[in-house]
Write a protein that binds this ligand. Structure first.
Ligand SMILES: Nc1ncnc2c1ncn2[C@@H]1O[C@H](COP(=O)(O)OP(=O)(O)O)[C@@H](O)[C@H]1O
Ligand SMILES: [Mg+2]
Length: 510
């Protein structure tokens, strides 16, 4: 008897359909699985057999062959357990409403006792089910909220046991269906639990982060331990433009595929990811035999924070170049390439020297010029090239820390950022980029007009401060953003002089 159930597998951050075909019949008891199944899928047999028996059904006492089609794509994970079990039960006559089975996409891992356990990638699978105009998706209860964020047009049936799934297909019982109020959900999920008003003092650093947010510029913060670098970085997402629903879905897909949603239905705040400096290149950009997203993709549409930048391995920082340039990661495998989205703002932090106290007025620095030089040279030039803004973050004075007055709230800063971003969207309409940081050399010429006083200042800066040509283009872009925060007119001398301040690494004495 042949039965087939539609399921899905993940490639990158998207789901593709997988037909689970079950052929059962007479002969000596045997079990075969074909169709490039990996690890957990091959182990499915024991789980499925126990789950079927422990749910009160009979397991066929003959030959069972399962094919996962298309046969030329690798499939991993345990989400095929439930469709396999349902296919076997349909073949054994326990499910008679086969049409109903055909009109739903089915996913779920089975425990030996028949419970249905959570899976990865429920959101992209739900999107696939809707695209294919299925009646609904049957999946683990714990993934139901996540699948339901795609809104109307797809029925989401969350089940807790194999029996519940059978009951649904036999129309014996009506399991609860998850219907999310997507608008409410989105609003509730788009609140941050930190705010810039909690940061005392540090006015210069806050201003620099506002400029960074307004133009999409990557930032490097240099300062002694405890000066608040991590605290500031964590709050950067709160002043970026609010996430759109589409952005939220894109980011949630990555987290869904990685299996780290932890019951959340939707990520509607810009992610903040802070990988430790011991991370591998695969951990950072993604990898594995069937590639999984790395930290830079988990930070998609948000902020990637690299604390203690010089401590990261050189090859790890090297691999960041592609995503910083292209806003995505392509990973090549024998079976083809996989692409993950990776549009992030990079914010990095470092101590000014190995001991940390070089720029501190309270502590004595114990480093020698040579050790300081060596420490700084660990950050590769190509990566530094993608960081427009460097700022010094000094230790805050006790008086400022104990001040009662709260700083400006993130919402207010964000309003100014939004205005500057709107100006850029208008200016770059029809171009392949949308914010100042993404401008190429040619765009610079067209969009960064500098007035006469500004020209004189630039000339002076280059001749006297010895700023490089590399620094020059960064200064122009950042000055463009500062002028945009100032209404969007031509770049004036005071915009440029502020931008020049944001090149502290070019000037720091070693
Ligand atoms: N400007 C500040 N306003 C309020 N608290 C601060 C400030 N700077 C530092 N702190 C406090 O000091 C702690 C350490 O700051 P942190 O951001 O971890 O420093 P860093 O990353 O530079 O080593 C923070 O958790 C916070 O409690
Ligand atoms: Mg820190």
């Amino acid at each position: 008897m042949l039965a087939s159930v539609l399921s899905s597998a993940i490639a990158g951050v998207d789901a593709f359909p997988v037909e689970v075909e079950v052929d059962s019949g007479g002969g000596a008891p045997s079990f075969r699985m074909v169709g490039l199944a990996e690890g957990a899928v091959r182990e499915a047999f024991e789980r499925v057999k126990s789950a079927i028996r422990n749910s009160g059904f009979e397991f066929p006492n003959g030959r069972v062959t399962i094919n996962l089609a298309p046969a030329d794509t690798r499939k991993e994970g345990s989400a095929f357990d439930l469709p396999m079990a349902l296919g076997i039960l349909a073949g054994g006559g326990f499910i008679e409403k086969r049409d109903r089975l055909k009109r739903h996409l089915v996913l779920g891992e089975l425990a030996l006792d028949g419970r249905v356990k959570g899976i990865k990638g429920a959101l992209p699978s739900a999107i696939l089910a809707r695209t294919r105009a299925m009646d609904g998706i049957v999946l683990p209860r714990e993934n139901a909220a996540e699948a339901s964020v795609i809104g109307e047009g797809l029925r989401v049936i969350g089940v807790e046991t194999l029996n519940e799934a059978v009951g649904f297909f036999e129309e014996l019982a009506e399991p609860s269906t998850a219907a999310a109020n997507v608008t409410e959900l989105f609003e509730a999920a788009s609140r941050y639990d930190v705010d810039f008003s909690e940061v005392k003092g540090q006015e210069q650093a806050k201003r620099a982060l506002e400029v960074a947010a307004a133009g999409g510029h990557n930032v490097l913060m240099v300062g002694p331990p405890g000066s608040g670098k991590t605290m500031l970085a964590k709050r950067l997402p709160t002043i970026l433009p609010a996430m759109t629903f589409e952005e939220a879905i894109e980011t949630t897909k990555v987290h869904s595929v990685a299996g780290i949603l932890d019951g959340r239905a939707l990520i509607a705040t810009r992610p903040f990811r802070s990988p430790h400096h011991t991370i591998s290149d695969a951990g950072l950009i993604g990898g594995g035999p069937i590639p999984r997203p790395g930290e830079v993709s988990l930070a998609h549409n948000g902020v990637l924070f690299l604390d203690e930048l010089p401590e990261f391995r050189k090859n790890v920082l090297e691999v960041l170049r592609q995503p910083l340039e292209d806003s995505r990661i392509t990973i090549a495998r024998v079976m083809g390439t996989v692409t993950f989205p990776a549009s992030v703002m990079l914010i990095a932090a470092m101590n000014p020297c190995p001991c940390g106290f070089f720029t501190d007025t309270q502590h004595e620095c114990t480093c020698t010029p040579i050790t300081i030089q060596r420490y700084r040279s660990r950050i590769s030039g190509p990566l530094l090239d993608r960081i427009d803004i460097h700022i010094e973050v000094p230790a805050v004075k006790y008086r400022e820390l104990t001040e009662r007055a709260k700083g400006e709230e993130s919402a207010l800063i964000r309003e100014r950022v939004n205005q500057a971003r709107d100006l850029q969207l208008g200016r770059y309409r029809g171009a392949s980029f949308y914010c100042n940081a993404q401008m190429g050399a040619r765009d610079l010429h067209a969009h960064c007009r500098v007035d006469a006083a500004g020209e004189r200042l630039l000339e002076l800066a280059i001749n006297r401060l010895g700023l490089s040509a590399r620094a020059y283009t960064r200064i122009l872009k950042v000055a463009r953003t500062i002028a945009d925060l100032d209404g969007g007119g031509a770049i004036q001398a005071h915009h440029l002089s502020e931008a020049i301040q944001y090149r502290s690494l070019d000037r720091l004495p070693a």
